[in-house]
Design a protein around this ligand. Structure first.
Ligand SMILES: Cc1cc2nc3c(=O)[nH]c(=O)nc-3n(C[C@H](O)[C@H](O)[C@H](O)COP(=O)(O)OP(=O)(O)OC[C@H]3O[C@@H](n4cnc5c(N)ncnc54)[C@H](O)[C@@H]3O)c2cc1C
Length: 454
């Protein structure tokens, strides 16, 4: 691209980073480089649900893009009210139905690799991708430097690159987040500084997640009409529950189970403090993730109803994740650097919304950075607008997600007959609201530079 208005580096090629790269590709005057730490772009073997609010954002990428996603889901989207999640009380010999969560619009259920594959296939050749590039630090030009001085990126292989704008989409263990918070903290008084720096590292949430894919064929052989072969079901119990739904055109049933350590969860969310976590060291290199045998995997759910047992008996192995989150940050941008997705707001998985929030971040970032009146000089303002409009919303979602988990694990004092309503009210933002108001406001703020956005 000759003479772009600026060069954006996206650090991290997960769902968030790739969505941003695809979104920005509509602008001919912006050059995009994606730097990914892994040798190749890939996703873990698990399912992901995209709620209507986030799916309506993805639809904006055009009918071809939507069609590709729908083909992977194996069903059409609708904006009608539909039953989406069946909730059961399952920690007893005979389970009972508690509610049918009705959502306006369908939950789109995908295999992560399929979703990732669609995003990759929509990256235009003009978007340069670089694998095996793990960022270790960046340097922004000092205040007062010539306006077009670049940001320098340094990678673990000792190579460097430059860009005008850096977006950290590098997940919960982000490198960009601590670098950016250190910049933000400079010059603050000691208390404020400590508070900002306390957000650099992720904290354990008190939640352990059990993840696997179950072969639908195996389940069908055991129980031909098992409900999880066709519907999203939550098997709920005291302090532990799991959900299961079909993905990959019915080839697999995605399984995500959770245990919630009540005291830790309360502390982590109410006091927003750092909690020492028990050792999750496992067989993998990543100390947050352990591989489990089938027997270890099903342990927290061993007293669940028979229907749940049919599914659990089909588990061959799985992984245990110590779910970490990021504290509510004081900011998600500093001058020409911003963070998005899990780097900015890693949350608990109880509302299946982390990836959706990253998709929203990406679209809003595209809106402010791609706007014709945004120039290299006004990039900091554009990123401040992104922060102003996205950070309060994603923080609220993180809180709702945690509360959702506590409701589903019977940790809130809500009578069983009111649980469905409580869960619905807490979750309905995901299908009753849209990003559009924030997008309109973003454009208004970009166009009227007299409005203070800080
Ligand atoms: C059990 C569970 C279930 C979930 N279910 C759902 C769901 O149904 N729906 C939903 O919306 N969300 C769900 N989520 C949340 C969702 O998985 C995350 O929010 C989402 O994947 C985050 O995307 P991301 O692109 O921000 O980060 P990531 O997917 O973590 O991607 C970050 C990328 O950056 C790369 N990277 C890291 N560090 C560097 C570096 N220094 N330099 C260069 N590259 C780097 C990584 O290799 C990776 O490719 C779930 C989470 C869990 C734990």
């Amino acid at each position: 691209m000759s003479n772009p208005k600026y060069r954006i580096a996206i650090c991290g090629g997960g769902v968030g980073g790739l969505t941003l790269a695809v979104a920005l590709s509509r602008y001919q005057d912006i050059a995009v480089d994606v730097y990914e730490a892994a040798q190749s772009f890939c996703e873990i073997g698990a399912g992901v649900g995209v709620w209507p609010r986030a799916f309506r954002v993805l639809r904006k990428f055009g009918p071809d893009f939507e069609q590709q996603l729908l083909q992977r889901c194996g069903y059409d989207y609708t904006d009608e009210y539909v039953p989406t999640v069946r909730g059961r009380k399952s920690d007893q010999a005979v389970g009972i139905d508690l509610f049918d969560l009705m959502t306006k619009g369908k939950l789109m259920r995908l295999h992560r690799a399929d979703f990732h594959g669609v995003l990759l296939s929509f990256l235009p050749p003009s978007c340069a991708t670089h694998n095996a590039k793990r960022l270790i630090s960046y340097t922004q030009p000092l205040e007062g430097s010539p306006k077009n001085s670049p940001i320098t990126l340094t990678f673990t292989d000792e190579s460097t690159a430059t860009c005008d704008v850096l977006i950290g989409a590098d997940g919960i263990k982000s490198t960009v987040r601590p670098c950016m918070l250190r910049e933000l903290a400079e010059g603050l008084d000691p208390d404020e500084k400590e508070s900002v720096l306390s957000c650099m590292s992720p904290i354990w949430s008190g939640v352990a997640a059990y993840r696997t894919l179950v072969s639908a064929e195996k389940l069908r052989a055991r129980c031909p009409d098992h409900r999880t072969l066709r519907e999203f079901t939550q098997y709920m119990g005291k302090d532990a529950y799991f959900l299961a739904y079909p993905v990959s055109l019915g080839q697999y049933v995605n399984f995500a189970g959770f245990t919630l350590e009540r005291d830790v969860v309360d502390l982590a969310y109410k006091a927003d403090t750092e909690i020492p976590r028990p050792s999750f060291k496992g067989k993998t290199n990543d100390e947050w993730v352990s591989e489990l045998t089938a027997q270890q995997f099903v342990e927290p759910f061993k007293d669940f109803e028979e229907d749940a047992q049919h599914l659990l008996e089909c588990v061959e192995k799985g992984t245990l994740w110590a779910v970490h989150t990021v504290k509510t940050l004081p900011s998600t941008n500093f001058r020409r650097v911003a963070i998005m997705g899990d780097a900015a707001h890693a949350m608990t998985p109880f509302q299946g919304s982390g990836a959706g929030q990253g998709i929203e971040d990406a679209y809003l970032l595209m809106t402010v950075l791609g706007h014709k009146s945004t120039t290299l000089e006004t990039v900091p303002r554009a990123l401040a607008i992104y922060d102003k409009l996205r950070r309060p919303f994603s923080s609220e979602v993180a809180l709702r997600s945690m509360r959702g988990g506590q409701l589903c694990a019977f940790q809130e004092d809500v009578p069983l007959h009111e649980l469905g309503d409580a869960i619905t009210k807490n979750w309905e933002w995901a299908w009753l609201t849209d990003l559009d108001d924030a997008l309109e406001e973003a454009v208004r703020l970009v166009e009227d530079s007299s409005i203070d956005v800080n």
